[in-house]
Design a protein around this ligand. Sequence first.
Ligand SMILES: [Zn+2]
Length: 639
Amino acid sequence: MLKRIPEKFLCLLLGLLLPSVCEIRAGEPMQVEIDCTRPQRGFIESTCVIPVTKMDTVQTVPLWYPKWVPGSHGPGGPIANVAGMTITGPRGETLNWVRTGGEVYRIEVDVPAGVATISVNLRYIINQPTTTSFGHDCFFAKSIGVVSPSCLIVYPDGVDADDDTVSVSLMLPAKWKSATALPVAEDQGEMVNEWESVQYQPTSYRVLLDSPIMAGLHYQSLPLAEGSEITPPHTLHLFGDSEQEIQLNGEVVAKYREMVRQTSLLMGSHPFDRFDILLGISSQLPKNGLEHSRSTFNVLPASSLRNLGTLKGWDRLLVPHEYLHAWCGKYRRPQGMIKTDFHTAKDTELLWVYEGLTQYLGELIEARSGLMSKEEFEARLFVELRNATHQDGRQWRTLADTGAASHILRAGSDRWGELRRSQDYYMEGMLFWLEVDARLRSLTDDKISIDEFCHRFFHVDEPVVSPKGYGRAEIISLLNNLAEYDWDGLINRRIESIQDRYNPEVAALLGYRFDFDEAKQDVPKETFRFRGGADFLDSIGVVVSRDGVVTRVKLESPADRGGLVPGDKILTVGKKLWSFENLEQAIIKSKDSKQIDLSITDDDNVRDVSLEYGEGARYYRLSRESETETVLDRILQAK
Ligand SMILES: [Zn+2]
């Protein structure tokens, strides 16, 4: 409130000039009507009725389209999908607007003297997400849809995300139901003409932009915490392409109930008063998901959710990962990522906590709730240790920098992705927190673990609406309270320093050995992030497609030094034609031959290359040190 006084004062002063520049302070909520009655046209619409301070002269009103949408970690509000923005005064007169030079998300509207409200009508193209807006965009198919309110509003400059309020109503096709964490107004649910209409209670901008709405013709809801000791009600809202698809398999529902129970035991308290898991079961909408404070948005195909045997990989991880974010990322959030508006740039360096810890806890809860077996967790650990080992970009870019530069790394890189690096704070962040868990256990004779860390770090006495910030120092201080160790040095080495190579010390701490073997590790093909195929990165440093095209070369490997480049096609291996088996045999025989001869084409020319290599077959392998219980066994044990 304090910071508003000078703004009003400034407003009065500027009123003496023509035109004046003034922030909007009428104290009443903005009204937003979202119209999704005809999504088959490929767009949906909204009208934002914005109260402005009545002035005696023409004033310039600045408005923003949300730029930094919560959960996306970048300035990626999908403004390119706006296909109409008409601004009118109270008598329907069209008002002119111009874009602010140098800032595409901000516009300035000329508002005539004496005007107290303006209306902004937005037309938004659905089903056209950008790389960064994918999780917070709007999607519709024949009988299911997802509305992200951030796509459909503009807000006045100077708005406070927590103090200022918005009143929202939604229109849907006839007979469609909807679910969201937004509290519904008491007099809701009336038909307007042939459309379904829902009125929500006035809410803060923060809550509105954090509350996607899922809707559809086919709907059912299931309680997930009923009859348990868990206080906040949890509801699984199922929408689908058909009535059949919302009949979710009983075993899967039971595991989601166990996920809620195991998470409650891990965390000890809940930052929300109720939780809504919105799950779209659709092959017409893209697989997708995003975290929110009191809900999660998830879309998976029916083929994945058929039973526990078909629910694997990313699809299985989605619901637990987004759910864990209610604590990690939404309630406790890096201080640099908490802003009171949706256009101020965020500092995303601590994503190794926000996403890395969530990645770890999500997979931990997958295992503890029985969604994932211990063997599957071991396979995941192997895949991530090996990926980290080949991620050579660490020689110039720290893991922390993959967080700081998160939004420019969201899209993959077809070539040399391991040198550029990706959003590695997810998976290497997971390995880091797994190491923290193992170290806490080894320092305290197994008395203290990540569970105690979570109990304290995420402790909350009562439900909250706004996030609580933290910094690097709080993490270190809490860890030291749990068990004294050079946590500062560990974070510095693992996260904040450039490194020659990845240090897989976590494997030994868990009771495993991670080293070379002549035989390839057997990894189930549906393991998340496992690619398989003709992968010889561990020996000659190359990945080749089944038809002999080089897709990846490791820098400074025998393949790189021999002159192989991505895109080359291998024609022959020694005196034999290309085949995966012939290259594999040549690698085995290199112990004697000390080299591998290939003929290559780059489409235009044929050339011979000779790779200097004499180590034979060589593959990374993760194996248990002993058959007795390991640290990892204890970590994964259900509570
Ligand atoms: Zn996440």
